[in-house]
Design a protein around this ligand. Structure first.
Ligand code: GP9
Ligand code: MN
Length: 623
């Protein structure tokens, strides 16, 4: 009996093949997944296989043939259903399903009304293989059976499934390092680990954060509220409201560090425009980014909420369903039209969803721009056309508006077109650093054009323009080349100082000056809102108005490092800013605990979704 069965085609293999091929066909026909090279195509092709093999392989553990067959059929149907739900969802949202999104009732209403329209009669085709499987099972043709493999073959089956998992993850790591910890983009996740594994990943993230949220209650807020209250820095009378009613144009300048400002490479200025603009602005020259793995999205989080991002993962992904009291929301309440502008895929960093939670009224994403091969390089649309088209969009906006623009050209690996090269590359063993100067210089040029455009349309005089660097561009992997450029060793102290990013606020009619107070992105919300004449006294925030006399010079990094007026705490040592050498730890000691407390308060707000219990109107703190 056994011998004859071996000549037959296994039902399991048929079910695996059906589902695998179908998934791939759906990837190619129903989702628009950008494939840039053969390796990516190969990863996409193999990525459904390991999961399908493992899950259908569980049928081995069922005793009767009937149960095994039934399991195969039901599981195939269930997976097809998930795939199909994603397809319908994609037709409408151009995105993959996430659990928090399904739980967001406001989205659900949109979805419900449109789901009918997104139903096509031909969709039945996607279930064809299930029908064929069912027919095969019913009529049991002689050539097919569920071959109950020998123990050894079963082992081989699971080993090959496991090998597929490793092959898939290994290739993805080559293609997209840190994919799972950084969680870039759903499209990228699906492209690399496949739609089924992506759902499991999403489920893990979701259950972790739901558990923490469920256990939280409003009483946890007491300490945090007292802390935030004590930290409030009263705005200076002559600064509060000096930009009242002005539009806010906030530009997140990709990967731009402060060391390029007022600096040269091969005798050529790197940021001629920004240097000049800084002179006409309030320029903060001791200002740090405080981002973690969420990079750009973490900086956005800091700026909007005056809270820290998380120590791992991107809060834009993990806690997009939380309640926030963002700067955008506040500006909206004050009559502003709030929007974000970024010519990239809208789901990158989960922005499409998080921006709704942050209260942005509109997101101008890649589809709102005219992007083509000619005006793109590196990660996408070049900064010059991006700013040009953004300035056009601004003309149509209801005033006053708050626009946040995010540049893209100066992004690792800093590739550029010859025509956009205004200065020469540096020469070192790091191509990354060498090219960095060229792309920074290009973004500087783009900013110059942008400001000229704003002047032309008259928007300039009615707007404050805020420029800030989102995070570092040159990581510690390039220390050797960096030390060649700086002419000194990159110690942990220097490395920490390299986390400075430019920050400037241009206010029409206000003379420029340098403010050398130590500060960070967490301080931007209160600083900007106060300039606009909007009170933040009752808000739960951890940053301070940088222009206030009460501002305390302590800037905490997400990884626990910190900077004060005179010291830098890094690598478990206290460094003296003057000598740039380690000094007695006792100088830093008072701040070590304070920094840790502050980070943990911020984490508690996010993990417990505590802002849902906080009502600024009823808080009404005393001055
Ligand atoms: C992508 C852009 C870059 O949209 O914001 O993100 P990053 O890799 O810098 O976090
Ligand atoms: Mn960035």
């Amino acid at each position: 009996m056994k011998g004859t069965l071996n000549n037959k085609l296994s039902l399991l293999v048929v079910a695996v093949l059906f589902l695998w091929i179908k998934t791939y066909i759906i990837y190619k026909t129903s989702f628009s997944i950008d494939i840039e090279n053969g390796l990516q195509e190969f990863i996409l092709f193999i990525n459904p296989l390991s999961f399908i093999m493992l899950i259908l392989g569980l049928s081995f553990f069922l005793k009767s043939e009937k149960a095994r067959n039934r399991y195969l059929l039901i599981t195939s149907f269930f997976l097809t259903f998930i795939l199909y739900a994603n397809m319908v969802f994609y037709r409408f949202f151009n995105d993959f399903i996430t659990l928090p999104l399904l739980f967001q009732t406001s989205n659900f209403a949109d979805l419900g009304s449109s789901v009918n329209e997104e139903f096509h009669l031909t969709d039945i085709l996607y279930f064809m293989d299930i029908i064929i499987l069912a027919v095969l099972l019913k009529f049991k043709p002689k050539f097919l059976a569920f071959r109950h493999l020998s123990k050894m073959n079963r082992r081989a089956y699971f080993l090959s499934a496991a090998a597929m998992v490793f092959l898939n993850l290994g290739l993805s790591e080559v293609e997209r390092p840190e994919l799972l910890t950084r969680t870039f983009d759903r499209e990228m996740l699906v492209k690399n680990i496949g739609t089924y594994n992506y759902h499991i990943y999403d489920l893990v993230l979701q259950s972790k954060s739901s558990a923490q949220r469920a256990m939280a209650d409003g009483s946890e807020l007491v300490d945090i509220e007292n802390y935030s209250d004590a930290k409030y820095a009263k705005p200076k009378d002559d600064m509060f409201g000096i930009a009242k009613g002005k539009n806010v144009i906030l530009v997140s300048v990709e990967s731009t560090q402060e060391f390029v400002m007022n600096n040269k490479v091969n005798g050529q200025e790197i940021t001629p425009f920004m240097n000049q603009f800084a002179k006409e602005s309030l320029y903060f020259n001791n200002f740090y980014h405080q981002t973690g793995q969420g990079k750009t999205s973490d900086s956005e989080f800091l700026v909007e909420n005056s809270l820290y991002p998380l120590s791992r993962g991107a809060v834009f992904f993990t806690h997009s369903g939380n309640e926030y009291q963002s700067m955008a929301e506040k500006l909206s309440e004050n009559g502003y039209f709030t929007n974000a502008m970024h010519a990239n895929n809208k789901s990158f960093w989960n922005r499409d969803i998080m921006y709704k939670s942050l209260g942005y009224e509109r997101f101008y994403e890649v589809n709102d721009y005219d992007v083509n091969e000619e005006n793109s390089v590196n990660w996408g649309m070049k900064d010059v056309p991006f700013f040009e088209q953004s300035a056009e969009h601004m003309k149509e906006m209801k005033k006053p508006f708050y626009s946040k623009l995010i540049t893209l050209t100066n992004h690792h690996p800093f590739n550029y077109d010859e025509e956009d090269k205004f200065i020469d590359e540096f020469t070192s063993n790091s191509g990354t650093l060498n090219r960095y100067f060229v792309t920074v210089r290009y973004t500087d040029e783009a900013l110059k054009n942008f400001v000229a455009k704003l002047k032309e349309s008259g928007i300039y005089d009615d707007s404050i323009i805020v420029l800030y660097g989102d995070h570092y561009g040159i990581s510690e992997n390039h220390n050797e080349a960096m030390s060649q450029y700086l002419g000194k060793e990159v110690t942990p102290f220097v490395s920490t100082q390299l986390q400075k990013v430019p920050f400037m606020i241009h206010i029409p009619g206000v003379e420029g000056r340098v403010i050398d107070k130590v500060g960070g992105q967490i301080d931007m919300r209160p600083t900007l809102l106060h300039l606009l004449g909007i009170n933040t006294k009752d808000d739960l925030q951890l940053g301070q108005d940088l222009l206030s006399d009460q501002h305390e010079e302590l800037t905490v990094f997400r990884d626990g490092r910190f900077v004060t007026k005179d010291y830098v705490y890094a690598d478990n040592k206290c460094w003296d800013k003057k000598t740039e050498q380690p000094t007695e730890k006792s100088y830093c000691a008072p701040y070590i605990e304070k920094s840790a407390t502050e980070l943990s308060y911020s984490d508690r707000i996010i993990y417990g979704d505590l802002l849902r219990f906080y009502d600024p109107d009823s808080a009404k703190r005393k001055e």
